[in-house]
Design a binder for this molecule. Structure first.
Ligand code: SOE
Length: 392
């Protein structure tokens, strides 16, 4: 990552990269061989990000032979109709799994068993037991398992995390916000995510609510201890098919450190394309972030509100490291994915990387999802996240 203007060298770009150390460093001292399973919107982004980091794209797998061939032609690589053959291919070091949720467990299990590092789209599994087993499999094999909680990679998110850890707000007492989209607002709008058999029992929470929870836990350094939830199907039929997965989830929560909070999660909120926003408030000040204006952070005390701007010369080093462009040149979602993939590859090469979302974080997200479903099934009763009975 190189800035286009002269910047202090220690603050952005490759100089900020952790050094490559550890046992993997020698073994992987070559361009990483990468497999992308699933040629959809996310798979294409993963392929681009991999190449930006100098990886060799060994192949792309699609769900049919013709889709695999078409994706291979488009991405300039081999198309594989058999995803396991690609995931376990000798030349592959890292497998990117970008397929529907119900395929994550078998693909990730096979890739890890073949000694491959794995990046798997969220949710890692549709059940917490399987997600926990995958985290354990990766740990036991000494392989990197990473999950693209990409919003962690906005420079201003890192800035918020640094400032909160340094005590800028005092002890946080309230964490709130939401994640709103409108791409499923119409009764003709549908997708595999709507289908419980492919996407899992939860949809809005498992797809986007988990991002929100991961992000606020990452930024605050605190964890949701107990929650009470409601889920709601707003569009009962889509293209004539009954819907069982929620369009909306509402959660109230208490954290381990004693803060309280709430979030509104919806995929049917007109006018909101991808509005992930949160505020963390303490006795001294409050910090607010909005994914649709990600180059800014709102910092308020009782007297004034400041709009902090992404400027690598003024950010903490932990945030400046992810700032690739000068201020006023917007960075966005794809930059986050590129930074996430770069950090994952650094971890694959043996570096200790701060803030990499791994399979433990992925499994936590699935546990939170099960807590949401358990609470909602119990009429919104409070559920202790650590004690949520795992779904059969
Ligand atoms: C669709 O809701 C989606 O693409 C999610 O699956 C992603 O995780 C989110 O980052 C953007 O929206």
């Amino acid at each position: 990552m190189t800035s286009v203007r002269q910047r202090p060298k220690s603050r952005c770009g490759p100089a900020g990269r952790p050094p490559t150390v550890g046992p993997m460093a020698d073994r992987l001292d070559h361009p990483l061989g990468v497999a992308v399973i699933g040629p959809g919107f996310m798979g294409r982004l993963h392929a681009r990000a991999a190449r930006l980091h100098g990886a060799r794209l060994i192949g792309v797998a699609g769900s049919t032979a013709s889709r695999a061939q078409a994706a291979g032609r488009e991405l300039g690589t081999a198309g594989f109709a058999d995803p396991v053959a690609l995931a376990t291919h000798d030349d592959v070091d890292v497998v990117h799994i970008c397929t529907p949720n119900d395929t994550h467990v078998p693909l990730a299990t096979a890739a890890l068993a073949a000694g491959k590092h794995v990046i798997c789209e969220k949710p890692l599994a549709t059940g917490a037991a399987e997600a926990t087993a995958l985290a354990e499999q990766a740990r036991a094999a000494g392989l990197v398992g990473a999950v693209p909680f990409v919003y962690r990679f906005y420079p201003m998110v890192r800035e918020a995390r640094e400032r909160i850890a340094a005590g800028a707000l005092g002890r946080p007492h309230l964490i709130h916000g939401g994640y709103l989209q409108d791409w499923l607002l119409g009764s003709e709008d549908t997708n595999w995510r709507v289908d419980e058999a492919r996407g899992g029992r939860s949809r809005a929470f498992a797809d986007i609510g988990c991002h929100w929870c991961d992000l606020v836990e990452f930024v605050s350094g605190d964890r949701i201890a107990a929650l009470a939830a409601q889920v709601h199907v707003a569009i009962p039929e889509r293209r004539g098919v009954a819907v069982t997965t929620e369009d909306i989830a509402l959660i109230s929560f208490r954290t381990e450190a004693g803060a309280v909070g709430s979030a509104v999660i919806s995929q049917v909120s007109a006018g909101h394309k991808n509005r992930l926003h949160f505020e963390v408030a303490g006795a001294g000040a409050a910090l607010g972030f909005d994914q649709e204006a990600p180059d800014h952070l709102r910092l308020s005390d009782r007297d004034a509100t400041h709009l902090l701007t992404r400027d690598p010369d003024r950010l903490t080093p932990a945030a400046a490291r992810y700032s690739r462009l000068p201020p006023g040149h917007p960075q966005g979602y794809e930059d986050c994915l590129v930074a996430f993939v770069g950090d994952t590859y650094a971890a694959v090469r043996g570096a200790a990387v701060d803030g990499l979302p791994d399979f433990e974080h992925a499994a936590r997200a699935v546990r939170l999802t099960e807590a949401v479903l358990a609470s909602a099934a119990g009429g919104g009763a409070w559920v202790d996240v650590a004690r949520t009975p795992q779904a059969a």
